[in-house]
Design a protein around this ligand. Structure first.
Ligand SMILES: [Mg+2]
Length: 204
């Protein structure tokens, strides 16, 4: 078993900082739930909403990255994998620079700095090592990497990853989906939280 994990909104949670930034910019009411998809939909509904949303994303994935939080249970999952000798790789679709907003923001450096600060690189207990973290420019590049690495199980928060025709048929699709009910969907299994993914993949 070789487990691959997506980065944005699968390992790193932006719900809190995005909510704070969006309220601070007057884009959403403070009472809106702290949920990335709800925040996105509310901002997109505004005038010039797509640009406002992209600007908030670039901020959150760049200068605001230190405020992201690890998803609840993801460190414990990676620790359990390490304990059992199960390989874990991080594969992310993330361009080096945003093609929108401040061109000086290096998104990969921000993500890597966050992963290091959180222990995902070096931690004795759950770190995977720098050589097991991959950033790709496109979704196709990400899928090619998943295939090349021989990943057997991939965890992602976006159905779009699994819906790509090039996604390898032999790789188990695991949808990390806090908002959905658990179960089998169109070719993938959806789980609402990391502990249930851990239970499914590793058992007790
Ligand atoms: Mg993601």
């Amino acid at each position: 078993m070789i487990i691959g994990i997506d980065f944005d909104n699968t390992i790193a949670s932006y719900d809190e900082p995005m909510h704070r930034s969006a309220v601070g910019r007057g884009l959403i009411p403070a009472g809106l739930p702290k949920n990335k998809k709800l925040i996105r939909d509310a901002i997109r509904a505004l005038g010039d909403g797509e640009a406002k949303w992209r600007e908030l994303q670039v901020f959150s994935y760049g200068p605001g990255m230190p405020e992201a939080r690890p998803m609840e249970g993801v460190k414990e999952f990676m620790a359990a994998c390490k304990e059992r000798g199960v390989d874990v790789l991080i594969v992310s679709h993330k361009t080096e620079y945003a093609n929108f907003g401040d061109p000086a923001v290096n998104l990969r450096a921000a993500a890597l700095g966050w992963l290091e600060a959180q222990g995902f690189v070096d931690s004795e207990r759950f770190g995977v090592g720098r050589d097991r973290i991959f950033f790709e420019d496109t979704r196709h590049g990400k899928i090619g990497r998943i295939r090349a690495l021989g990943i057997t199980h991939f965890v992602d928060d976006l159905e779009e990853t699994f819906l790509e025709a090039s996604f390898p048929a032999g790789v188990a699709k695991i949808l990390f989906s806090p908002q959905s009910t658990p179960g089998d969907k169109g070719g993938w299994r959806a789980f609402p939280a990391w502990p249930s993914i851990q239970q499914y993949l590793l058992g007790q």
